[in-house]
Ligand binder design. Structure first.
Ligand SMILES: Cc1ncc(COP(=O)(O)O)c(C=O)c1O
Length: 501
């Protein structure tokens, strides 16, 4: 790479003189320094100015182009800093040799290949499958988008006050990289909350704070499963678990659900899994609550076959009528359950915080895995959240939202009855943020959802939550939690027009 002085050391080389004469335009709207830099850089990259060529002095080039000398000096300095020319003071400025074939001598030269013209030609098989089976919605707000909480009534003043209090005494530990699996104060507050409201049995040390359920699912897959290991997932079920686990190399096996939740015996026919995903408190999306008998059967199966159960308790705070059943984790005496929860439904989804409770035997490996793979953070937000929980705002917010959502659910049920009487099945388990409106057998729910979207109503077709060739129930997922009670009848009337029975 050492520069070779060219014979024509002081004159402007003819190549460069031609180039500048043809392309440098002092009247252009592009600033002179940018224009000169671009012309020289492109000419070097295209080898129109060959390696070793000596550029004229800044004084000479400035005079020839009618520019201030400083302009040329700055351009030479920039080209020098970016590695295009040598930049020794007083030694002349030479084009450096950065040709790739010269630098990579062990890389046999060959014809350059064009960049792939389509994504299909570029992405991995894993990537292609992920993109083809993607489940996330493009819109996340509007009647009746499922899974969305009411975010407009979040106690933002309280949140802001707690936030300000943390910022008033800036603590380096809260602003730097996280060390460990979450802020101790948050983990303590959560252990108390989980014990009293969800019957979860854990110490604060067993709680691992994540950036939401997807990070938790990914960590679980990467730490407990090897490529090709199998995992049961509910069918129909949450698309996220499918996407995350398959892209982590697990083979997901869809296991049917009934009105008692995951059908363990059907799963057993498919083979012993490393991981089992279940949402026992409120099966997603059909809403079944897993019976006690099924819970005990699942725990016994996992224990006997050395499988891990991942209990997704994503929205059990919202139950209308009878109180929620305690968690599956609370029944587990043998450390087979990883309990998963999220703040997305109880605070707001954009917060991107969730957590899991791991059995004691896994604590150390999950703590290390989390910081090794995801480099956690957001400790300041976690400190705010810890205060929010410890000072009682969390529980009162949930209580207020439960009342609000209960009224909105009633409004939706009455709109459904008004349009369709009892002719359509409703699956909701009297809990959560959505219900499923069944459509008559043979209906094309994707076509109905598309027709609704054309009228401005967001729904998700139930068939999109099924995998494999099991018989699909047609239906629509309708989220009501974020829709004003007074607007529900009007929006449902529009939807009913799209259903058109
Ligand atoms: C079944 C289920 N689990 C978990 C989540 C929450 O995921 P996250 O914590 O990534 O927001 C959702 C969100 O819609 C869900 O439907």
């Amino acid at each position: 790479m050492s520069p070779r002085p060219s014979p024509a050391a002081s004159a402007t080389p003819p190549l460069l003189a031609d180039l500048l004469q043809q392309h440098f335009d002092p009247a252009s709207s592009e600033p002179n320094n940018q224009q000169l830099y671009r012309l020289l850089r492109d000419a070097i990259l295209q080898e129109a100015l060959p390696p070793g060529l000596r550029l004229p002095s800044s004084r000479q080039l400035a005079a020839e182009l009618g520019l201030a000398r400083n302009t040329v000096i700055h351009v030479y300095e920039r080209l020098g800093a970016e590695g295009y020319v040598s930049a020794g003071v007083g030694q002349g400025t030479f084009v450096l040799d950065t040709r790739p074939d010269k630098l990579a001598s062990r890389d046999a030269p060959g014809p350059a290949r064009p960049a792939p013209a389509t994504p299909e030609a570029a992405i991995s098989r894993r990537g292609a499958e992920l993109v083809e089976q993607a489940g996330a919605g493009e819109k996340q707000w509007g009647a009746f988008m499922p899974g969305v909480p009411e975010v407009r009534t979040f106690p933002s003043r309280t949140w802001m006050r707690l936030h300000n209090r943390q910022w008033r005494k800036p603590q380096p530990d809260l602003l730097t990289y996280a060390v460990g699996p979450g802020l101790p104060a948050l983990r303590s507050a959560l252990a108390d909350y989980l014990h009293s409201s969800r019957g979860v049995r854990c110490t604060p040390e067993q709680i691992i704070v994540t950036n939401g359920s997807h990070s938790a699912l990914q960590l679980i897959a990467l730490l407990l499963g090897d490529a090709g290991d199998t995992a049961w997932v509910e069918n129909p079920g949450y698309w996220g678990v499918h996407s995350v686990w398959r892209s982590a190399g697990l083979a997901t096996l869809p296991v049917p659900v009934d009105n008692e939740g995951l059908q363990v015996d059907e799963g057993a026919r498919l083979g012993v899994p490393k991981l089992i995903y279940a949402s026992p408190s409120h099966q997603y999306p059909l809403g079944a609550v897993m019976s006690l008998a099924r819970r005990r059967r699942l725990l016994a199966y996992a224990r006997r076959h050395d499988s891990w159960i991942v209990e997704d308790d994503y929205d059990s705070e919202f139950r209308y009528g009878h109180p929620p059943l305690p968690s599956l984790q609370g029944l587990d005496d043998h450390g087979r359950v990883i309990y998963l929860a999220t703040f997305s439904k109880v605070i707001y989804p954009g917060l991107r915080l969730g957590y899991m409770v791991v059995p004691e035997a896994l604590v150390e490996c999950f703590q290390t895995g989390l910081s090794e793979l995801f480099r956690g953070g957001q400790y300041l937000t976690q400190a705010v959240l810890a205060d929010f929980i410890a000072e009682g705002h969390f529980v009162s917010h949930i209580r207020r939202m439960r009342h609000l959502y209960a009224a909105r659910r009633e409004a939706l049920l009455s709109a459904i009855r008004q349009h369709f009487g009892d002719s359509l099945a409703i699956h909701d388990g009297a809990a959560g943020l959505h219900l499923v409106l069944g459509l008559p057998e043979g209906s094309d729910d994707r076509a109905v959802a598309a027709a609704a979207l054309a009228r401005g109503i967001l729904t998700r077709p139930l068939s999109a939550y099924y995998r494999g060739d099991a018989a699909h129930l047609p239906g629509l997922l309708l989220g009501y939690a974020h829709v004003d009670e007074d607007d529900i009848a009007r929006h449902f009337a529009t939807l009913a027009g799209a259903i058109g029975l």
